[in-house]
Ligand binder design. Sequence first.
Ligand code: TEU
Ligand code: CA
Length: 580
Amino acid sequence: IVGEKWWKNSIIYQIYPASFKDSNGDGIGDIQGIISSLDYITSLGVDVIWLCPMYDSPQIDMGYDISDYQSVYGPYGTVQDMETLIDACHRRGLRIILDLVVNHTSDQHRWFKESRSSKTDPKRNWYIWKPAKYDANGNRQPPNNWRSVFGGSAWEWDEKTQEYYLHLFCVEQPDVNWENVETRQAIYEEAMEFWLQKGVDGFRVDTVNMYSKSPEYANAPILDPKSDTQPAFDLFCNGPRIHEYMREMNEVLSKYDAMTVGELPNTHTIEGVLRYVSAAEKQLSMVFQFDLVDLGMGKDYKFLTTLPGWNLQELKNAIKSTQDLIKGTDAWTTVFMENHDQGRSVSRFGSDKTPELRVRSAKMLAMMQGTLSGTQFIYQGQEIGMVNAPREWTIDEYKDIDSTNYYRMTSKAFGEGSAELSTAMDSLQHLARDHARLPMQWSAEANAGFSPALSEKPWMRPHDNYPEINVQLQENDPSSVLSFWKQMNELRKVYADLLVFGEFDIIGEPNQSVFTYTKTSRNQTVLVVLNFSDTTQKFEKPESVKSEDWTLLASNVNGHKEDLEAFEGRLENNHYGTLR
Ligand code: TEU
Ligand code: CA
């Protein structure tokens, strides 16, 4: 893999500061906690850490509402702590990337405070202000019917200056006006260069396709007739100037040779994704496509009557669309199943019904992730197979604004005790962002070892299962999910040309229980067989690979038989022989 960019063959470990490790017992994770865990992180065999926002913020959206790009949220630590962390990473040979959130700021950012102070303020057009509309009865209406991602109108009325401002996320997250060149320069300097000069190696770029909105601000088509707001993703994603902005941003980044991974929701065609990540475009190093993590979400997932399910064919298609991105192109892709916005992958795509199925399906999912091409991302706790909070937990345990808004709106529309509200709780139990934000389970000690024993209550309730699922227990167990992930991470390095760079092909007949694919490089192939069902499945090697002489490379069952057990996964290759 000589001559390839370092980030292609990297495994990136995502850290959610509030929930990773609390060093001082105030119940909130912090930077010193991360520094003290670097030996653990290194032991996983990862190359890079990605830190979710640690900037100063009123925390309405857990730090994605930034009030100052150049300071750190008090409970997390200081800029000096960040410098220590950056240095400590580099000394260990780890790289570090930060979250770059520049579609919007907090309404408490000084830019917005100035902007909203008067219509003639020099920063007025740093944000997106529009006059009201009036209906036939003379009632004031927002400029259009766009719905914010967290529900409700995307426009907020400002009494003082008698105009609306746009917020694609919550009211406290006004959208920055990227049309304004002065604003863009300020973003590059204050949010990017400040940290690049401190040595960070790149950014995960939040909502990267929303900076350019369709300039007409036209109404979105009515998909939800019962509502006065409509989903408008097509009108605020991938707007006409987006690629101009990306190239401009890239000029700043390339001075530092920084990598980027952009978050790319609502972009489903290969051509659309390639516009951002083809190397010739000089925009982003790679992006997160949402095809897989959106499975079973339903349309705009508001007011469900039943839980939208997913089937294996959809999962295969989702994987295919990220893998095919690099077939015969100069682009690069990513592999991930979890992040801070998703339910846990074992609960969504495997099974958390029994400890045995949990462990086996966690390993099977590790086999899938570990064998797909692209830069790999592991979310904290995924490596020990953490699962969703149980259905018994009430809304009081959910802290995310998206969850609590959703609950409040459903309750308002249908009432406490309604069947709809109960379905809303079912859906939150599957899909809420909160599940990823439960404290990291370090040990069987009080607070899951997340906070020191004599401490405040952690900001989110630890999962009741931490005595059974935790780092300490798994570190000493060669058959644990953690040990399996370490093995997969090692395998990925040894067989990089196959696993990281190889060509992906789905093989065999369409099958709703078993996912079979190969990864191929010049002279060798890996065969991956994954039983996504909780029952035994017949398995016969597809004709196309039958004649080959295969060796078992990894397996998640003891002494495997002909048939596939529930959630069994097998990796076989036809060239080098077993690793150990
Ligand atoms: O997410 C943006 C996004 O489009 C979704 O993943 C979104 O979180 C989800 O649809 C809402 O339920 C990014 C961040 O990852 C997320 O945590 C922030 O809340 C959001 O941007 C706003 O900054
Ligand atoms: Ca703390």
